[in-house]
Design a protein around this ligand. Structure first.
Ligand code: ADP
Ligand code: MG
Length: 391
């Protein structure tokens, strides 16, 4: 172990009285913007504690098997095997107390959700907070995404959408869906959603946005607020206050309504991010979007969808979208063509094979510019593409 890492591990063990008798730190497994995560052995692990579950000989914790969705899920008493290995998430002391509390509270609310990594417990010593989660064995996305077959993709996404369906049923937005926050083990084909550091309850910062009005009201309000935008011109003296909206999340995975600073964002922002993951897998490009800021991100999306659809998407949230960038055409490109190009098949093949076509149909439902028409997690689980891996 690197001496700096060892130093940090020693400090962590000394910051909590009794830490060494409870956990044995093994190694550092993750370092993010907001935390460092370690793998540790739970020394109080009781092999015969049957309040958890069977399969005591294996050393890894596994989430309960996939079940199809039923509305009686909130009554289910899932019994999980007590984990022998845990992930210790040391949250940086620079994170605000409200933010830390928010993450722990949401994890507590989601404790019985399938495919969501549960919180075992959490400790605080002065300004240091650590969260204890069951350790989940997983592979690096970059190592497996190129080798996924279409049924593999279906199973991967089914597990991610199962997690999202329960998170969204609790009216919680994850806000940071991306491969490093969905831990997946290609061997057992199981996955768990982690990292609720940016998550929030739906409607928690709500100021009304035009997109929640019906078409007529929106048109009238748009004309009132900004008469020139409906004529397609750019106001010379824009007197409107600048818009503020939650833009938390990761570059490249942000939904268009986040970029357009929609003030009434919904759980549909997570669906867009899953769409970006699917586009990454189908096109064999990671990262697919590579923007440095929100304006570049808008340009990337506009290049795919074209100017006209992008204008419509902006109007929905009261924004005018204007551009003279020559690579942004008026009609954009179809996902099928983009996938054929990026996988170097555009010369030899004119269309995709049937199973990939089905994946593209599903992709279109996830990457719908209009959040109101974008598929929900529950609808996604019913889609034929996510049913294909079940048979
Ligand atoms: P951050 O807020 O710093 O991004 P995360 O909760 O996403 O923190 O954890 C960072 C990384 O630590 C993850 O990408 C993953 O590699 C690893 N990790 C987190 N939780 C677990 C877990 N329960 N089991 C195994 N590894 C984990
Ligand atoms: Mg993370």
């Amino acid at each position: 172990v690197d001496s700096n890492i060892q130093y940090d591990m020693d400090r962590l063990q000394d910051s909590f009285p009794g830490f060494r008798s409870k956990y044995r730190l093994i190694k550092r497994i993750g370092e993010g913007t907001f935390s460092t995560v370690y793998k540790a052995e739970d020394l109080a692990y009781d092999r015969y504690d049957n309040s958890w579950d069977v399969d005591r000989d294996s050393d890894k914790w596994t989430p309960p098997p996939l079940k199809s969705f039923s509305s009686s899920d909130h009554h289910q008493t899932t019994r999980r095997r007590k984990p022998k290995y845990v992930a210790i998430k040391k949250i940086y002391v620079t994170s605000s107390p409200t933010r830390i509390l928010n993450e722990l509270e949401l994890l507590h609310d989601l404790r019985d959700c399938e495919n969501v990594c549960p919180l075992i417990t959490a400790f605080r010593a002065t300004d240091q907070v650590v969260a204890i989660l069951p350790y989940f064995r997983h592979a690096d996305f970059r190592e497996y995404f190129r080798n996924m077959t279409v049924p593999d993709i279906s199973i991967y996404l089914r597990s991610l959408f199962t997690a999202l369906a329960s998170v969204h049923r609790h009216h919680i937005l994850h806000r940071d869906i991306k491969p490093t926050n969905f831990l997946y083990d290609p061997e057992s084909r199981r996955g768990v959603l982690v990292d609720f550091g940016l998550a929030e309850r739906e409607g928690s910062e709500c100021k009304p946005c035009l997109c929640h009005d019906d078409y007529q009201t929106r048109k009238a309000r748009l004309a009132n607020h900004n008469p020139k935008s409906t004529l397609g011109g750019y106001p010379k003296q824009d007197t409107r206050p600048s818009r503020r909206a939650n833009r938390a999340g990761t570059r490249g995975f942000r939904a268009p309504e986040v970029l357009f600073k929609c003030t009434e964002q919904t759980t549909k922002i997570d669906i867009w991010s899953v769409g970006v993951i699917l586009l990454t897998i189908l096109s064999n490009r990671f990262p697919f979007f590579n923007s440095a800021d929100d304006v570049e991100a808008m340009i990337e999306i506009a290049t795919i969808f074209g100017r006209e659809k992008m204008k419509e998407a902006g109007k929905l949230h009261g924004c005018a979208f204007e551009t003279t960038i020559p690579t942004i055409g008026s009609g954009g490109f179809s996902f099928e063509r983009i996938i054929l190009w990026s996988t170097c098949r555009s010369d030899s093949e004119k269309t995709l094979p049937a199973d990939e076509k089905m994946a593209v149909e599903f992709l279109k439902r996830c990457l719908d510019l209009d959040p109101r028409h974008r598929i929900s997690a529950e609808e996604a689980l019913e889609h034929e593409f996510l049913q294909m891996g079940m048979g």
